[in-house]
Design a protein around this ligand. Sequence first.
Ligand code: PLP
Length: 412
Amino acid sequence: MPQLAESSLNLASEFPILAQRPGGRPLVYLDAASTSQKPRAVLDAMNEHYSKHNANVHRGLYSIAREADAAYQHARARVAAFTGASERATIFTKNVTEAINLVAYAWGRANVGAGDAVLITQMEHHANVVPWQMLCREREATLRYLEVDERGEVSLEALDSELARGDVRLVAFAHVSNVLGTINPVAEMIVRAHAAGALVLIDGAQAVPHMPVDVGALDADFYGWTGHKALGPTGIGVLHGRTEILEQMPPFLTGGDMISSVDFFESSWNELPHKFEAGTPPIAEAVGLAAAVDFLSAIGMPRVRAHEQALTAYMLERLAEIPGLRIVGPPEAERRGGLASFTIEGMHAHDIAELADRAGVCLRAGHHCAQPLMRRLGVSATARASVAVHTEPSDIDALIAALHGAREVFGL
Ligand SMILES: Cc1ncc(COP(=O)(O)O)c(C=O)c1O
């Protein structure tokens, strides 16, 4: 496959965990959509931070505290630059789930009321469903869904007709589906939502780690993503917001660091982004995430995307060899992120993943925190293989061999 050879990155040696050989076989990690493995650069950056510069931020008057402060600020600058956002409007959260909850609580409780609607799609992760269910129930607003069609896509015409009802305050959807792989036409969806006077929140958990994303150019009102899927550590996520909206919003979590002053019965809020970062922030995690985005930037996000798209095309082609295997989502690699969710007739998804594990292949199986979508697809679970910068064609070959082996175990 010349296309594969050209786009090959050969980065597995940068990921220490991949040097393991469980049962004497290479570790074939095809679960980056769940959480990514971490390159040595990220592990080293965090180790160096804890070994040499560890102190709390925003309050130290000694040298390592100033270094920690500088490291945290530098991390924000790197992360904001990676996605084309401003530093003031780049808030560190615990993960994308917390980023979405921040918007649902701080913006939603102040701006959504009876008679209003929040519009999401049937392909959302629970992180982009449950906060809106809670908001709509509490504020007597309506939650509506854009349908997912047979190809695993939503229609812009359906979006237009929902918006034409005139009550939609917010449209919230995934940039890339974690089950279908679908890359939504985000730019077009944002333009249409804005034309109808609605705000837009994008869940970029499966997009930012895998393709160029320019939050500034997209012009979304809120864009969230999660560090641990982007080669960074767990415990840190990002919310980019539109500055004017963030300034008007009340705080979400309250306490230390997010205040400008506190009196016995009144407090005033700190500047952005600190207003939304209550308590000691994830300092070492920010340092790790900055190292992760630097690692990705050094490769170049267009190359990351080209590599993963070529692997996805190869994976789709090879999966088609397995009898009884059905892939959900768009059939074309260029319309999907680097993952494939599938069922195999006669086998439960958990059995597929368990038997793949015996061959050293790590897959995800279950509802992928997208139970409404599973209902829409008429399945209880799927198995999912997902790729990352370290994935090579040999990993896909190992997957295919493992699936043939699993079918044999089941006598299929
Ligand atoms: C599309 C999408 N949104 C949200 C999440 C939640 O991410 P986190 O658990 O890091 O908040 C995930 C994780 O699987 C995801 O794939």
